[in-house]
Ligand binder design. Structure first.
Ligand code: ADP
Length: 187
């Protein structure tokens, strides 16, 4: 059973490539961003608490996302693609513990590398159609700063475990998918 983290800056193409990976390898797709947005759309208590934080481009607290991930692993029997999680080293450490609790280990972390200028260009482009309230220039800058300060160290965490697989996230979508498939099949 494969358990994979897809990693990259906002705008790196995680969503697009996640769709490809879950389809091809029959994994459950767990996106913390999607789960959190659903809470907001459903106007739950939690949704009301986190809306301002997400609109400001900041990370919501670890406890909230960790509980979501714990439940997702509990209910899964196919293997999981984690998207948007872990977003800091503390979350990465907890993920290792949660997987171990269920007798699983992480197969690999797939890192999509895209230059900063291209990330900004893509997010501004997406803003025109996404309807996401955090896709505006001010928030995009905050999300990139959060990524660089808190999320990037997660890459080093997995590199140390020998689990980081770097993929060039620039260029043709199909070529990127092929590179990912290659990496997964080499596991
Ligand atoms: P993107 O990768 O484009 O930034 P996401 O949908 O992954 O989009 O995340 C949107 C927002 O959801 C983040 O800016 C953050 O506020 C919140 N979020 C998602 N995942 C996490 C996480 N693991 N920890 C904390 N906050 C998160």
């Amino acid at each position: 059973m494969k358990n994979i983290v897809i990693f990259g800056a906002p705008g790196a193409g995680k969503g697009t490539q996640s769709d490809f990976i879950v389809e091809k390898y029959g994994l459950s797709h767990i996106s913390t961003g999607d789960l959190l947005r659903k809470e907001i759309a459903d106007q739950t208590e939690l949704g009301k608490r986190i809306k301002g934080i997400m609109d400001a481009g900041q990370l919501v607290s670890d406890d909230i996302v960790i509980e979501m991930i714990d439940k997702a692993i509990e209910h899964d029997n196919k293997g999981i693609l984690f998207d948007g999680f872990p977003r800091n080293v503390a979350q990465a450490e907890v993920l290792d513990q949660l997987l171990a609790k269920h007798g699983r280990t992480l197969s690999c972390m797939i890192r999509l590398d895209v230059p900063r200028e291209e990330l900004i260009r893509r997010m501004l482009e997406r803003a025109k159609v996404s309807g996401r309230s955090d896709d505006n220039e001010e928030t995009i800058k905050h999300r990139l700063v959060e990524y660089e300060n808190k999320t990037l160290p997660v890459a080093a965490y997995y590199a140390k475990q020998g689990k980081e697989v770097k993929i060039n996230g620039l260029g043709d979508i199909k070529r990127i998918s092929d590179d990912i498939a290659h990496a997964i099949e080499a596991l």
